[in-house]
Design a protein around this ligand. Structure first.
Ligand code: GDP
Ligand code: MG
Length: 208
């Protein structure tokens, strides 16, 4: 493993956050969604551009019903999926509040992907793709429409967000060593870093 990223899934209750997480981890639709004892946590190793990355994903586990998603939930997340339901304008209107919370309570560098879920319910759509794309652009978010029912774009959403985090590590925009970055080095990266340090050591000896 090269890296471990901490991920969050946020958004109003009923938008399909638990189903998205379930589909990503189990590769199938979650039939009976239990609201009170939701999945709280899941992890999966994915391959992103030749790197093996373990995603550690946190679900609100129903806390959002009581508007009590805690500070500790947000702390130290590298990425987040911000979910609304394309058949519910109310969940779309709530996005600004979720975004404010994420940007103030999580790391300021958190990489956020906007997710319009329930893409399969086209006949009941209340929010157009274009409108949400504009919102995403204005707020510097990536954007995808998904269906946790059919699985469309579910894996892509997690991968797209992970790719952006990796790219930011590579350009130095994100520093995995900063406390609260939500990123940890895996064994493979640590071995590489050690080798680099060992190579550098003779230099240091000369200077002394
Ligand atoms: N048609 C459809 N229903 C969905 C989809 N995702 C979730 N649901 C349903 O929406 C409801 C809320 O889902 P849940 O994952 O519990 O939402 P959460 O409160 O955000 O975690 C459940 O009845 C799900 O079966 C989807 O992509 N399509
Ligand atoms: Mg849930």
């Amino acid at each position: 493993m090269d890296f471990l990223f901490k991920f969050l899934v946020i958004g109003s209750a009923g938008t399909g956050k638990s189903c998205l997480l379930h589909h990503f981890i189990e590769n199938k639709f979650k039939q009976e969604s239990n609201h009170t004892i939701g999945v709280e946590f899941g992890s999966k190793v994915v391959n992103v551009g030749g790197r093996s990355v373990k995603l550690q994903i946190w679900d609100t586990a129903g806390q959002e019903r009581f508007r009590s998603v805690t500070r500790s939930y947000y702390r130290g997340a590298a990425g987040a999926l911000l979910v609304y339901d394309i058949t519910s304008r109310e969940t779309y209107n709530a996005l600004t509040n979720w975004l404010t919370d994420a940007r103030t309570l999580a790391s300021p560098n958190i990489v956020i992907l906007l997710v319009g879920n329930k893409k399969d319910l086209e006949a009941e759509r209340e929010v157009t793709f274009l409108e949400a794309s504009r919102f995403a652009q204005e707020n510097e978010l990536m954007f995808l429409e998904t269906s946790a029912l059919t699985g469309e774009n579910v894996e892509e959403a997690f991968l797209k967000c992970s790719k952006t985090i990796l790219a930011k590590i590579e350009t130095g925009e994100l520093d995995p060593e900063r406390i609260g970055s939500g990123i940890q080095y895996g064994d493979a990266s640590l071995r590489r870093l050690n080798r680099q340090q060992q190579r550098r050591q003779p230099d240091c000896a000369c200077k002394i």
